[in-house]
Design a protein around this ligand. Structure first.
Ligand SMILES: O=C(O)CCC(=O)C(=O)O
Ligand SMILES: [Fe+2]
Length: 353
């Protein structure tokens, strides 16, 4: 069943233009390829179990374990039995829905940092592009709120949450303060998971992943009248070491594998773990950062929560495949590419020629 629209809460570019008099409700159903049943599912309690024989993993190395095989084959896996209470995930989702349904102007104002009072909000609001400047400011089109003249516009809005700064402040508003506490708790859980997974995939230098850099992204992908012409998030790889995603039951995430796009259909109480570009480089391409994208939906909005963790920004990453670089170098390159080309070229720029 379709949800009702709440256009006031949408960034202006996401509202239908006045000359569309009627919202078309179509009956089309997406054909799902069912290939997602091949995506590796790891039980957290059996995470380091060696793979003996399965039809999916023919080429098992001697030190093979479930997680490293999945990261080598797919660059992504589903994690079940992760120990994060279902109720915590539900509550974050519920609070996020309430916040996203506030008027657009209120959301912008709620999370704005104030230079007069030196207040820097650890939570910022953004829309139209997942890319932010290093200071956390949104890169969404600034002067085009009434007109869609930006072909890179992506159909999403979100809250960007710096975990290192989240415990430094308390919001006066009860909804915001509860949201902050829930995110703080969730952040701790994800630090625990990321640390464990990083250890299993290593050994790596300890500075190659710095929990201090951890951030959460809480996304809403609003309903879209033309889902075939728009992406929630277009094809990309994550710049992180690791990314851990929780999605609601709407679906839309797709992963690229063996020349085809596969729906990562939602499974209850399951997290999705992605390899990012940094882990690809530090593992000498043993693990690959996986291409993925997010579709939008005509009938339902979608909520997802991503955790992203990066290397210490000045640590030099040594690799047999890439020129030595720091995460700060990589991020500067990405910002430059986004500004000049409108897309991220990523690790390619650092590869030994
Ligand atoms: O919303 C999702 O499922 C994925 C988000 C994502 O790919 C990202 O933030 O990099
Ligand atoms: Fe991503």
């Amino acid at each position: 069943m379709s949800q009702s629209y709440n256009f006031e809460s949408y960034p202006p570019l996401f509202r239908p233009s006045p000359n569309i008099s009627q919202i078309q409700e179509s009956d089309e159903t997406e054909s799902s390829l069912l290939l997602d049943s091949y995506i590796p599912v790891i039980d957290y309690f059996k995470r380091t179990a060696p793979i003996i024989t399965t039809t999916k993993y023919q080429d098992v190395s001697e030190d093979g374990n479930l997680i490293s095989e999945a990261c080598r084959d797919w660059g992504l896996f589903r994690l079940v039995n992760h120990g994060i209470p279902f109720s915590l995930l539900n509550q974050i989702e519920e609070h996020a829905k309430k916040l996203f349904s506030l008027p657009y102007e209120t959301k912008k104002a709620f999370f704005a940092s104030s230079s007069s009072s030196n207040f820097v909000s650890p939570i910022s609001y953004f829309w139209g592009s997942p890319a932010l400047s290093p200071s956390g400011a949104a890169l969404a089109p600034k002067n085009s709120e009434q007109q869609n003249n930006n072909h890179t516009l992506q159909w999403m809005e979100g809250f960007n949450v710096s975990l290192a700064q989240l415990s430094n402040i308390h919001y006066q508003d009860l909804l915001l303060e509860t949201f902050r506490c829930l995110l703080e708790e969730y952040g701790k859980e994800l630090c625990r998971l990321a640390t464990e997974i990083f250890k299993i995939l290593g050994p790596f230098e300890s500075n190659y992943m710095s929990l201090e850099t951890g951030l959460l992204r809480v996304y809403r992908y609003p309903r879209c009248l033309e889902p075939e012409r728009t992406w929630g998030i277009d094809t990309h790889t994550d710049s992180s070491v690791l990314s851990i995603i929780h999605q609601d039951d709407v679906g839309g995430l797709q992963v690229y594998k063996d020349h085809q796009w596969i729906d990562v259909n939602p499974l209850p109480n399951t997290l999705i773990v992605n390899i990012g570009d940094m882990l690809q480089a530090m593992s000498d391409d043993r693990y690959m950062s996986v291409k993925h994208r997010v579709k939008v939906n005509r009938h339902k909005e979608r909520i997802s929560i991503g955790y992203f963790v990066f290397p210490d920004e000045d640590t030099i990453i040594q690799s047999t495949k890439y020129n030595p670089f720091s995460y700060a170098d990589f991020r500067a390159q990405v910002q430059h590419d986004l500004k000049t080309l409108g897309l991220k070229t990523g690790l390619q720029k650092f590869k030994f020629s």
